[in-house]
Design a protein around this ligand. Structure first.
Ligand code: NAD
Length: 365
């Protein structure tokens, strides 16, 4: 759904057309953007709650292999039973006018199929990261959405998070001087019964799942595109968990300005997510790539040479990041704009992850 000319004229009269906020746009169009959630696992729960808090979006459909579970969730979010689909039947959502967009919250290797089927059903797509499990799949997803003239957005929620946006601004406006180097890590100790460690579903190890945060952050912090220099994979724990994917990946990247980034990810130990940026006039550190409690610390020398300390947290609680990302896609649909984290952005990370595997001596993705 995009705004009609008359709806835009209405906004114009209100002085809102040029920079209409999502709520004003939704009001002008007379209804909220309807999302159908595909896959009702852990991340879907955050998204469902995030959309419930939105003034622009609502949940209007569910796709699940477990109808009982879907019925319970449908009752919670006011979704009619007729808008619950099985994976096999979900193409029927084509005729469901209450569904504008889907949220693909399935294991990684299923992203491509469900994005493409949703696009063919005429629905805009918000797809979880990593975009896919191969570069070719990512390209096919973009092509399918282009052909169907629907939006494709990858759910890089931190691109919409205020403290992250403030950090990027501080780095761009020269407060910290030139970036010299970046260190980042993100990982956790994975359980035995997790699809994430099964390559046919995940496509790869921790790089695909959580290392991608360090890769993506190094790109948005510098605003540049990297060259992968070195990488290595390792598996330390021989306890049966890592038979199809690696346990650890470490890699380095250089950026055209000369910035060097070194990153580590694991499925084998506690590794709280963070990045540290070392600059000519100071340094900063962001703790946590999570849904809340992001904390920015650091210091820089001001124009008088005095050191200024920084210590800021974002007080917003989960599921606010999910409200923000859903609202962004809604706004793009209503204003017919390309999402900030488009399919192309997801494809770039797929290409860099392929390069990281290659540098580690593995042909993957
Ligand atoms: P999950 O295991 O909690 O949920 C997966 C869902 O897919 C379940 O509802 C499950 O029933 C369904 N499913 C359908 N076919 C399946 C199959 N063959 N095997 C396993 N599950 C199947 O997973 P999750 O943690 O919600 O992750 C889903 C996606 O979201 C992944 O791509 C992941 O990378 C992404 N994710 C993103 C974030 C984020 O912060 N953006 C956080 C966590 C996960």
């Amino acid at each position: 759904m995009t705004l009609s000319r008359r709806e835009f004229a209405k906004l114009g009269a209100l002085g809102l057309a040029s920079q209409a906020v999502p709520s004003a746009l939704a009001q002008a169009s007379g209804r909220k953007i309807g999302f159908c959630v595909i896959g009702l696992g852990r991340i879907a729960d955050h998204f469902l709650r995030g959309v419930k808090d939105s003034s622009v979006c609502q949940i209007t459909g569910l796709v699940s292999g477990h109808r009982d579970k879907a019925l319970k969730i449908a009752a919670q979010y006011g979704v009619p039973a007729s808008s619950i689909y099985s994976y096999e039947q979900m193409d029927a959502m084509r005729s469901n006018k209450a569904i504008d967009a889907v949220y693909v919250a399935l294991p990684n290797s299923m992203h491509a199929e469900y994005t493409i089927r949703s696009a063919k059903a005429g629905k805009h797509v918000l797809c979880e990261k990593p975009m896919s499990t191969s570069v070719a799949d990512a390209q096919a997803m973009i092509a399918a959405c282009d052909a169907a003239k629907v939006k494709l957005m990858i759910a890089y929620r931190l691109h919409y998070e205020p403290l992250t946006l403030k950090t990027i601004k501080l780095l761009r406006d020269g407060t910290f001087g030139e970036i010299q180097a970046i260190n980042s890590a993100n990982g956790f100790n994975i359980g035995k019964n997790e699809w994430r460690k099964d390559k046919p579903l995940s496509g790869g190890g921790p790089l695909m799942d959580v290392g991608i945060y360090s890769l993506n952050a190094a790109r948005y912090l510098t605003g540049e595109e990297p060259q992968i220099v070195t990488a290595s994979n390792s598996t330390i724990d021989k306890d049966g968990r890592f038979t199809t994917v690696e346990e650890n990946t470490a890699w380095t990247m250089t950026f055209p300005s000369g910035v060097v980034a070194s990153c580590t990810t694991t499925y084998g130990g506690d590794m709280p997510g963070y990045y540290r940026v070392f600059c000519s006039k100071g340094w900063l550190q962001m703790d946590n790539f999570g849904y809340e409690d992001l904390r920015l610390t650091g210091s820089y020398r001001n124009s008088e040479g005095k050191r200024v300390a920084l210590d800021e947290t974002n007080p917003e609680r989960d599921p606010k990041q999910f409200t923000r990302e859903a609202d962004h896609l809604a706004e793009c649909i209503l204003k017919n704009q390309t999402p900030k984290t488009s399919g192309e952005e997801g494809l770039r990370d797929m290409r860099y992850m392929k390069e990281i595997y290659r540098a580690a001596g593995v042909n993957n993705l």
